[in-house]
Design a protein around this ligand. Structure first.
Ligand SMILES: [Zn+2]
Length: 471
């Protein structure tokens, strides 16, 4: 997610306490679900007339948690949008007044057996009534319907464009510290997403193009005005989808990656400009950190209040106000685009718990965007407005405002990386990031894992420097 790049307002002081980073436990040893053993097969059917998205999911995995499981927890993010008083979408996202969204489960079985389900905020608990033993298979079959709110937001629809972030039931992560349950938040990304393999069958009105994961099969239009697509992706952190019917598109290629840019309306020049810009950014990060792993990178300009950009595996949403507002300059859109593309590395491939340690992906994505800008477009190092004290050991829910969160996580996070670079030099920085990338691909990295990567590459003792950022 990208913040606004120019900050104002008072500096926050509230501190949330998290554990000191001294543990040597390998939290990835028993992380559930295992990305290599987890598949999502989904049938999706959109009724555009009433904005109902009907889904059938089969989530297949194995109990790799290291202990018997008596319950399972999933995220049902659309339930954040039920009430005017609770929705994370800002008031101006509701262009025709508040309009509720939500998710309903029609049936849910685990290994063919009925279960008891309970809603807890945007999480869904599945009480099994028996234990699933270690290494036992788990097949979760869910029939569900999501009402997409009439809202310009990361989950919503406006002017024939659907923005579908975190729309389907997704298993929460369980590690040695317990279940990482998503919660509703007015700002930030309240998720800890695991990687998995996806196979998605999509049935939508024929005028729409689906953008999200590579399409491997497309049937001829049927008489009923609908079209079917099959999409698939391996090691996908999150599957998100944009549906558009009035758009301009440009496709450019870099090595084996198609970079596709979609802009609403007749704006083929803009589509071309930002496809080329995305290519330049992707090329820089490929060289700096490691090769982008997917066949497609989709950049889609969407109506989206509250964010300048939003990251998903293989798919980036950029706020379409960039295309209209002359006050938003080229620097802002370049930094936003670079920030979201950097998330393909930090968040997408190397994952982290965005609730407990949001600084890990946001700080690195921010710093990476600035590095791209400084090294390729003659940008200067930014003066980052901090939240004091500069404590990076803060979870999303320890922040009381969006502004404080951005300063504390994005700006302080980027500042950490600039200062680490001063400590160790550019060459060691490259080695640290290659190491972090190589060791934690498709896993959920922690701050301790990052410290381990730093310690492997930096022989001198820099613990005093590291510890001053975490307390
Ligand atoms: Zn971000």
């Amino acid at each position: 997610m990208a913040a606004n790049w120019v900050w104002s307002g008072k500096i926050g002081t509230e501190i949330g306490l998290l554990p000191i980073y001294s543990s040597t436990v390998d939290f990835n040893e028993y992380v559930f679900p295992d990305p290599d053993k987890t598949t999502y097969v989904m049938d999706l059917n959109l009724e555009a007339a009433n904005r109902n998205l009907h889904g059938k999911s089969l989530i297949s995995t194995v109990n790799t948690s290291g202990k018997p499981l008596a319950e399972l927890w999933l995220t049902m993010y659309p339930n954040a949008f039920r009430l005017d008083s609770e929705t994370p979408a800002p008031p101006d996202a509701y262009y025709s007044g508040f309009n509720p969204g939500g998710a309903e489960v029609k049936s849910l079985t685990v290994n063919g057996q009925e279960t008891v389900i309970m809603y807890e905020g945007i999480s869904l608990g599945v009480i099994l009534g028996y234990d699933i033993m270690m290494d036992e298979r788990i097949d979760i079959a869910i029939e569900w319907t999501v009402k997409v709110p009439r809202a310009s937001y990361r989950l919503g629809t406006k002017n024939g464009t659907y923005m579908l972030s975190a729309f389907y039931p997704q298993l929460n992560v369980l590690d040695a510290n317990g279940w990482k349950k998503s919660y509703n938040s007015k700002f930030g990304d309240p998720f800890c997403s695991h990687s998995a393999e996806y196979l998605v069958h999509l049935d939508i009105p024929e005028q729409y193009v689906p953008i999200g994961m590579p399409v491997i099969e497309q049937t001829m239009p049927e008489d009923n005005g609908r079209q079917r697509y099959t999409m698939s992706g391996k090691k996908w952190r999150s599957f998100a989808l944009a549906l558009m019917f009035d758009y301009s598109a440009e496709v450019v290629t870099l090595n084996k990656t198609s970079i596709r840019c979609f802009v609403p309306g007749r704006k083929s020049q803009e589509a071309k400009v930002y496809a080329e810009k995305a290519k330049q950014i992707l090329n820089y990060f490929n060289g700096a950190y490691g090769s982008y792993p997917y066949k497609e990178l989709n950049i889609v300009f969407v109506p989206m209040k509250g964010f300048q950009g939003m990251e998903h595996s293989g798919l980036v949403f950029i706020n379409d106000e960039f295309l209209e507002d002359e006050n938003l300059n080229d620097q802002q859109i370049t930094l936003t685009l670079a920030h979201e593309i950097a998330h393909q590395w930090w968040y997408g491939v190397v994952g982290n718990d965005q609730m407990q340690e949001p600084w890990l992906d946001e700080g690195l994505a921010n710093w990476s965007a600035y590095k791209y800008y400084i090294n390729n477009e003659n940008g200067s190092r930014p003066a980052l407005v901090a939240a004091y004290p500069r404590n990076l050991a803060r979870g999303l829910n320890s922040f009381s405002s969006r502004d404080e969160y951005y300063k504390g996580v994005y700006n302080n996070g980027a500042q950490f990386w600039f200062e680490l670079e001063n400590q160790v030099g550019e060459e060691k920085m490259t080695m640290i990031l290659h190491r972090y990338w190589a060791d934690y691909q498709y896993k959920i990295a922690t701050t301790q894992d990052l410290f381990n990567a730093i310690h492997k590459e930096v022989p001198k003792n820099i613990d005093a420097f590291l510890n001053k950022w975490f307390f």
